[in-house]
Design a protein around this ligand. Structure first.
Ligand SMILES: [Zn+2]
Length: 249
């Protein structure tokens, strides 16, 4: 009994110490309580867009009312590459070591910088969440961002993510480089909903291009559970569409 209580106390001390030492260059934020999504805009003037922005992400997507576009607006050029994964306290983020993976959107080329995960999904489809969402973050030579989003449902074990999910790093820890084929993380059907939004984490910067693939990929229950043991909930709620257009192609 005493031992159990000691462990509980040690756990809360660790949490307190971690909280006492936020990064010096950014205000501490989280997914719950006083530093959670409802308060991001108040944590720092640099986060004003989180509260005042009119083109925020995520949003609730309605494929039936999207503007249907003919012809491809985007093409994906992915191949196996090395990634290093880190647990940054908000998610598991796998960063690209090289610039070999690119995505073209409206004749602009964006390089894949990193991918990471949220649970439950941040975007919704017709008002419903998926268990998880994958974000592949790309940047062009001018610093503009395009995020390719993939819904994740519960199903078969995902072999492409097995090497990552078999050894998810604890908070603050990173993994040695692993080879991952990002193309194997995408669904076969590439129909997508495209709109202009924002980062879904502080500082919620806008003018981010979003390409949300409609067909989900699968992770096993065990893979979803292993992520949720580290991050029980790391999603931001949906925001108003306001007068934005969502295109489907
Ligand atoms: Zn994200």
């Amino acid at each position: 009994m005493k031992f159990t209580r000691y462990l509980a106390l040690a756990g809360s001390l660790c949490a307190a110490l971690a909280y006492a030492a936020p990064p010096s260059d950014a205000p501490h934020w989280s997914y719950h309580g006083d530093s959670g999504p409802a308060h991001w805009g108040e944590l720092s003037s640099t986060n004003a867009a989180c509260r005042d922005g009119k083109a925020q992400s995520p949003i609730d997507l309605h494929p039936a009312s999207a503007m249907h576009k003919h012809g491809r607006e985007f093409t994906i050029h992915y191949r196996p590459a090395s990634f290093t994964a880190v647990n940054n306290g908000h998610t598991i983020q796998a960063s690209a070591i090289d610039t070999s993976n690119v995505l073209d959107l409206r004749s602009n080329t964006y390089t894949l910088k990193q991918f990471h995960f949220h649970t439950p999904s941040e975007h919704e489809i017709n008002g419903a969440h998926y268990p998880m969402e994958l974000h592949l973050v790309h940047q062009d030579s001018h610093g503009s961002l395009t995020v390719l989003g993939v819904f994740i449902k519960e199903g078969k074990a995902n072999a492409a993510l097995a090497r990552l999910f078999d050894h998810l790093p604890v908070e603050g820890a990173s993994m040695p480089p692993v080879t991952i084929d990002p193309d194997a993380l995408l669904p076969r059907e590439r129909r997508a909903l495209i709109y202009s939004g924002s980062l879904t984490t502080p500082p919620c910067t806008e003018q981010v291009n979003w390409i949300m693939l409609e067909q989900p990929i699968e992770l096993s229950k065990a893979q979803i559970d292993v992520f949720r043991r580290l991050f029980p909930d790391d999603h931001r709620d949906v925001n108003p569409l306001n007068n934005r257009e969502v295109d489907e192609e």
